[in-house]
Structure formats: structure tokens, C-alpha cells
Design a protein around this ligand. Structure first.
Ligand SMILES: *Cc1c(COP(=O)(O)O)cnc(C)c1O
Length: 361
């Protein structure tokens, strides 16, 4: 592999003191977790209400200036996305299904009365962000670059109404495993006090207001030693929906089931991909209502998301009853097979027959 110098497009401003030609940033790649490591650049694009985004540019990573009265801070008029870039053995970097994130942001923007970037603009911004920060993309197999696009109401509105202007911003950070090393499985507590999303609400879009309402339940669960909480449906409290920031699947007699996304569940791109891969591998997959009882009676339970990828659940606790999911002797769990296939495609080790990967450079 020859260390190549990457020109960062037409929009590239003068680069600061560091040399962009060095292959890797000074990071201990073996210590990567899921906390922010600031990288060199971010991408910024602005527009006013009633107009559409035109063009943006790469800027040094740094703080933003915004009105204390802006709709993002005051009314939660904002969306986020999350996707990853992977460095392959040949040194090239690829993205996993980024157009899906662009489309999801468009759906969310419509719900929150915001203009949104086109799929092409979104892709361009993500690619520019990765190219400009390429030295922060971990070596093959040692982690990935987490990319965080944001769409925000930056202007003031005191009386309730949408912001007069908007910013689309993309930043990135190298990441490793979401859960601490060694503990790559989850112990879930079924939350029966708080609900995450209600019918007709915003549970199916990635609003910036999605996570703060789950912090209290999560803190209570963590204080009792659990990894995270599993939420039940708001209408009846009988059916499982999803974990704070990832989707859930159960396996029973080789049939894979996951709650249907009917407005209160975030339609995860990992969820959708796992369903497609499972069907391809010959499994039966059902998207439907899943009563808590079925979860407790499952052979296998696992969670999916960009951050957690595919993480097995080792126990679920519901109203004081703890159920452990035991691995049957000598058989590879369904979640392991799916995880291996998915990560193989993402890292370029398995042929991408689905056409999911997008080359960055
Ligand atoms: C982002 C998110 C997910 C996972 O979606 P992916 O596209 O797979 O990363 C699941 N649930 C919630 C609430 C989320 O915000």
C-alpha cells in the first residue's frame, strides 16, 4: 500500500498546521470506544426557510454560534443521523447505505417543517467529511468512522413557529465497540413506567428530542446493573418496541421476529439490512406485534443499530423475573451468523451482492 495524498476537493479551505498527507492520526486504535474524538473538519451548509439548500463547504471542526432563541434549543427543531465509514484492506474507504440515512432525514425534515438536503447533497457532504478526515478512519478491522449529520433550526422564533434559517452539518469521529470491551452482550430491563414514543408522535424519526426522554429510565436501569432498557408500546404496555437507541429481534424455532415499524419505532437501517440478509440466508422473518411473553420465551434475542451493529442479549428482566438466553451447545447462534455476514460486507471481506456499499475515494 502506498501512502497516498488525498486532495480534499474544490471546497477545501487552507489546512492548518497538521499535514493532511500523513496516513493516520495519532490515535491508540486499540483503545477506541464510543466517545467523541475530535477530528479536523466538519461540513456546513445553510439555507433559509422557503428555499432549498444550494451548496456547502468543509470548515475546521469547532463550536457553533447560534441565537439563544433558536428553535433547535428552544423547541427541539432538529434531526440527527448516524452512519459509518470503513477502511478496507486496500486502504480505500466505503460507506454503508448512506442514501438510506439521507431519505430518513428527508422524512424527518418534513415532519418537523424543515428544508432538507437532497440525497445527492447529503452524500456529497458525507463523502467530503470523510475525505477531509481520512487520517482518522481506523485501520481495517480496528473500528470505523462514525458520521453524525445534523439538521437544525438556527434562527429565532419566540412565538411558536419554524426557524427562519437552517444548518445542515456533518461531523465525524473514529469509534470502536459501543459496549465496553469483553461485555459484548446486553442485559435488558423492561421499562414499565416511562414510554418512548406514542402513536402519532415522532418516534419514527430521528429528532434531537428522542434520547433525553429515555435518560431517566436508562439511569435507573444502569444503577441496577443493566446495560439498557427495553420500551413497551404506549397504548397498551403489552408489546415490545425497541431499546433506547437500537431495534430488537427475537428468534424462536429458527423464525426471526421483530416489532413492525408502524410509527412508534425508529426504522433502523441495520434492522432493515438484517431482515434482508436473514431472508437471503433462508430464514423466515416476521414483522409484527410481539407480546412481552414471547420475548421471555424466545431462544435468542439480539439488538441492531449502527452503533451496536448486532449485539446479543444475554438476559431480560421483566417485573422482577429474569430470563437468561442460553446458547445451545455446538450451534452457531442466528445473531452471530447475521453479524458475520453484515460486518463482512461492511468491511469489504464479503462480496457486496446487495450493492449496499458506497465508495468514498
Ligand atoms: C438510530 C436509532 C436506531 C437504529 O437505527 P440504525 O439506522 O440501524 O442505526 C434505533 N432506534 C432508535 C431510537 C434510533 O434513534
Amino acid at each position: 500500500m502506498s501512502p497516498s495524498v488525498h486532495q480534499t476537493a474544490d471546497e477545501q479551505p487552507a489546512i492548518g498546521s497538521h499535514s493532511n498527507s500523513e496516513k493516520y492520526a495519532d490515535v491508540n486504535w486499540d483503545e477506541l470506544g464510543f466517545s467523541l474524538i475530535e477530528t479536523d473538519f466538519m461540513y456546513v451548509m445553510k439555507c433559509s426557510i422557503g428555499e432549498s439548500f444550494q451548496s456547502g463547504s468543509i470548515a475546521p471542526f469547532g463550536n457553533l454560534e447560534l441565537s439563544p432563541c433558536c428553535t433547535l434549543l428552544n423547541y427541539g427543531q432538529g434531526l440527527f443521523e448516524g452512519l459509518k465509514a470503513y477502511r478496507k484492506e486496500d486502504g480505500k474507504v466505503q460507506l454503508f447505505r448512506p442514501e438510506q440515512n439521507a431519505l430518513r432525514m428527508q422524512t424527518g425534515a418534513e415532519r418537523l417543517c424543515m428544508p432538507s438536503p437532497s440525497v445527492e447533497q447529503f452524500l456529497h457532504a458525507v463523502k467530503q467529511t470523510v475525505i477531509a478526515n481520512k487520517r482518522w478512519v481506523p485501520p481495517p478491522g480496528r473500528g470505523s468512522m462514525y458520521i453524525r449529520p445534523l439538521l437544525m433550526g438556527m434562527g429565532p422564533a419566540l412565538g411558536l413557529g419554524p426557524s427562519p434559517n437552517y444548518m445542515f452539518l456533518v461531523f465525524a469521529s473514529p469509534v470502536g465497540d459501543y459496549y465496553d470491551k469483553g461485555g459484548k452482550s446486553m442485559n435488558l430491563l423492561v421499562e414499565d413506567k416511562h414510554r418512548r414514543a406514542s402513536p402519532g408522535g415522532t418516534g419514527s424519526i430521528k429528532t434531537v428530542a428522542n434520547y433525553s426522554p429515555v435518560l431517566n429510565a436508562q439511569a435507573r436501569a444502569k444503577a441496577q446493573g443493566f446495560s439498557d432498557v427495553l420500551f413497551l408500546d404506549a397504548a397498551t404496555g403489552k408489546y415490545i418496541e425497541e431499546v433506547s437507541a437500537c431495534n430488537i429481534f427475537i428468534v424462536k424455532d429458527k423464525v426471526i421476529s421483530t416489532p413492525e415499524t408502524a410509527g412508534t419505532i425508529l426504522p433502523g437501517i441495520t434492522r432493515k439490512s438484517i431482515i434482508q440478509l436473514a431472508l437471503m440466508l433462508g430464514y423466515k422473518v416476521e414483522e409484527r406485534l410481539i407480546p412481552v411473553e414471547e420475548l421471555l420465551d424466545a431462544d435468542e434475542v439480539f439488538c441492531t443499530g449502527t452503533a451496536v451493529v448486532v449485539t446479543p442479549v444475554s438476559s431480560v428482566t421483566h417485573q422482577g423475573r429474569r430470563v437468561e438466553y442460553k446458547q445451545s451447545q455446538g450451534e452457531t447462534p442466528v445473531n452471530k451468523k447475521l453479524c458475520k455476514t453484515l460486518t463482512g460486507i461492511q468491511m469489504g471481506r464479503i462480496d457486496d451482492k446487495m450493492g449496499w456499499m458506497v465508495q468514498v475515494d
